[in-house]
Design a protein around this ligand. Structure first.
Ligand code: IVH
Length: 668
């Protein structure tokens, strides 16, 4: 292929992929299969590798992320990011309407939109390309999160059509759909992270992550709702959004032009009910004056536009008695206080419990047992207590947060800067032990058939198992001694345990339940260190050399192996015959074929990887290693003090010379 042809093909593929992306993520109407889509993406990936000079920063291949940002740049907003005035009642909305009409008269049209409960974002497009994405920050300055925003599939990197302004900003909301939020939380709980309280916090947390490849996997979505720019070619807001939709932005279909306040109230009423059926959270309705000219006449107060207002839904709330507070202990030892309530009906369900989150929340509410409390079901999935009816208070006794674990009696700890109390007795506290065992036996870890939480509880309560290593020393008689375990299930369980001894090392490592060591981290550790002994003996610096491992994970691994009891468990797992070294096939097993057909020569020393690691990476991604430069070499990866003869030969054969970062880019 000539360079010219490659350039053209890259452009064609980019357009095609962008169009399919739009059909899938914005219109929810895909026209090709996932497989066909992946093939197109792969073709583009390969061409961009071969011709990096044509790889655009807005290429759809950038959607998978990979760039890591240590600190987000603070950037001044071109147009301050204001918030909106809030109202909760029809009266206040009528006052807003009166204020508007007083200035611009009766001839008015409003646009009603949903008020999405996410994180506000400002996207700047220059010549149709996404150039910058900034968070609200303090309204004057926000964080540049462009790298992360590029991974959000419903945000166009390249606009469609050709009638967009040369430069403009579009504002909107980034959010996490409820289903995706639930999945994210389940995963967080699994690796011992505190779950997010609601989809909004989850979206905010995700947008500020340093590693964009994790953001890419989280499933953030967007709705855009306002345009800024010099001399925008529109007369009305409605028109601007219709055009923005044509350019490829995700614009909510649920908006309506209203001539009267009556229509506005109806829109609000309708969505007050319908919101339950939306796959994302909304917390109200936004009402905007449609005409740009009228918007200009109305102008702004110091904080908010006078031409728009947010009507916020009141969360449904009831009053009931707080009977008691109980404390739950999770697999990681995190304590969750739960309010036990006198049963009461709220939004169609009988409520008996509400989350209290943590000690600070209890103190803030100044709760006492016997209080009449207000309970709300807002955006949060679990109902929460929002306040106390102090006029009805009879109890004198302030609630005192527990100091000891309700399950094992150990004194609780609270790490600096964290809101949550933990029971530190990881190896002696029953729910923690049982939780860890359940995790160990789970599908993604050891995948032991027939070993669910019920069986684990039976075995644990009978005193037959105390930690994960004990599974491998159980015999059939012991199992038969348990209630509800017959001959067949005992055999199955023994077989399941035996079979699990073949489970590869990276999954054993994941199953061990070291805090913050999830599936991906376990894989990276296994690949880097190769044996459990090497991980056990690694110091902090060694661990930090591993891809994707930062301070928090490294410290947690060091902590784990400092404890003699853990060392004993590991030793017994080894004795039992589990895989404690990476299988040579796992090393060779390709992770991707992004480097397929490419041959590499490595010369010199490198910052991030050793030469051996680079060689493994090449093979892992389907490439070939060569010892010397020949006409068949595709790239010479040159580090510090690369051999001059290799460099010369590469130059004379016109072979591309790249550095370590260029190389890493190729498969990330
Ligand atoms: S218009 C000057 N429209 O709610 C125009 N905002 O409480 C300002 N929001 O700052 C924004 N949905 O973060 C607008 N359809 C919508 C919205 C919306 C959610 C957010 C936005 C805003 C906040 C105000």
């Amino acid at each position: 292929m000539t360079t010219e042809a490659a350039k053209k093909r890259i452009e064609e593929l980019t357009d095609q992929i962008n169009e399919h992306n739009y059909k899938y993520y914005v219109q929810a109407m895909p026209s090709i299969s996932d497989y066909e889509f992946d093939m197109l993406l792969e073709d583009l990936n390969k061409l961009e590798k071969e011709y990096p000079e044509f790889a655009d920063e807005n290429s759809p291949t950038k959607r998978v992320g990979g760039d890591v940002v240590k600190e987000f740049k603070s950037v001044r907003h071109k147009y301050p990011m204001l918030s909106l005035g809030n109202t909760y009642s029809e009266e206040e909305l009528t006052e807003f309407d009166n204020r508007v009409k007083k200035i611009i008269g009766d001839n008015i049209e409003y646009v009603c939109e949903l008020k999405f409960d996410g994180v506000a974002i400002g996207l700047t497009y220059i010549e149709g390309k996404l150039s910058q994405a900034i968070t609200r920050g303090d309204g004057e300055k926000g964080d540049d999160v462009t790298t992360n925003v590029r991974t959000i599939k419903s945000i166009p990197l390249q606009l469609k059509g050709n009638d967009f302004p040369k430069e403009f900003e579009i504002r909107g909301e980034i959010f996490l759909p409820i289903k995706t939020f639930e999945k994210t939380n389940a995963e967080r709980i699994e690796i011992g992270e505190t779950p997010f309280a609601n989809p909004r916090n989850s979206a905010a947390g995700t947008l500020k992550m340093q590693d964009s490849s994790i953001v890419a996997k989280r499933g953030l979505d967007s709705f855009l709702y306002f345009l800024y720019g010099k001399d925008l070619p529109f007369k009305t807001h409605y028109e601007s959004l219709k055009k923005a939709k044509e350019w490829g932005f995700k614009i909510s279909p649920h908006m309506q032009r209203c001539k009267t306040l009556y229509e506005v109230f109806n829109f609000i009423k309708e969505w007050g009910k319908e919101r339950e059926n939306l796959p994302y959270d909304i917390d109200g309705v936004v009402i905007k004056v449609n005409s740009y000219q009228q918007q200009n006449e109305l102008g702004f107060t110091s904080k908010t536009p006078r031409w728009a207002i947010a009507y916020k839904f009141k969360a449904e709330s009831v009053a009931t008695e707080l009977l008691s507070v109980s404390y739950q202990v999770g697999r990681t030892g995190a304590i969750t206080p739960v309010a036990n309530l006198k049963p009461v009906l709220l939004a169609g369900t009988t409520l008996k419990r509400a989350s209290l989150y943590n000690a600070d929340q209890i103190a803030k509410l100044d709760l006492r047992v016997g209080d009449i409390v207000f309970v709300e079901k807002g955006g949060e999935i679990i109902p929460k207590i929002t306040g106390v009816d102090f006029s009805k208070r009879t109890s004198m006794h302030q609630l005192k947060y527990i100091e000891n674990c309700p399950e094992c009696g150990t004194a609780l700890i609270r790490k600096e800067g964290e809101a949550i109390h933990y029971c530190p007795n990881e190896l002696g506290c029953p729910p923690q032990i049982k939780g860890r065992m359940e995790h160990f036996a789970s599908r993604k870890a050891m995948d032991i058939d027939g070993l669910g939480i019920e069986t684990i509880e039976l075995l644990f309560d009978a005193g037959l198992i105390h930690n994960i290593a004990d599974f491998f020393y159980l015999n059939k008689e012991q199992l038969l001694s348990l209630e509800r375990v017959g001959d067949k299930s005992a055999d199955n369980l023994i077989k399941g345990i035996e079979d699990s001894k073949k489970i590869p090392f990276e999954r054993v490592l994941y199953g061990m339940g070291i805090r913050y060591v999830g599936e991906t981290v376990a894989k990276k550790l296994a690949l880097h260190f190769k044996t459990i002994d090497a991980i056990e003996n690694a110091c902090l610096e060694d661990l930090l050399q591993t891809e994707e491992i930062g301070d928090k994970i490294a410290e947690s691994i060091i902590e784990y192996f400092k404890d003699k009891r853990n060392l004993e468990i590991v030793e017994r797992l080894k004795q039992a015959g589990l895989q404690m070294e990476i299988h040579p096939d796992s090393i060779k097993q390709p992770v991707s074929d992004k480097l397929k057909g490419l041959s590499f020569v490595i010369s010199g020393t490198f910052e991030k990887h050793s030469r051996d690691e680079l060689k493994i990476l090449i093979e892992l991604h389907g490439g070939k290693n060569q010892s010397g430069v020949t006409s068949k070499t595709t790239y010479l990866i040159a580090g510090e003090e690369a051999g001059p003869s290799k460099l010369e030969k590469a130059e004379s054969l016109k072979i591309k010379i790249i550095n370590e970062d260029d190389f890493i880019q190729m498969f990330q």
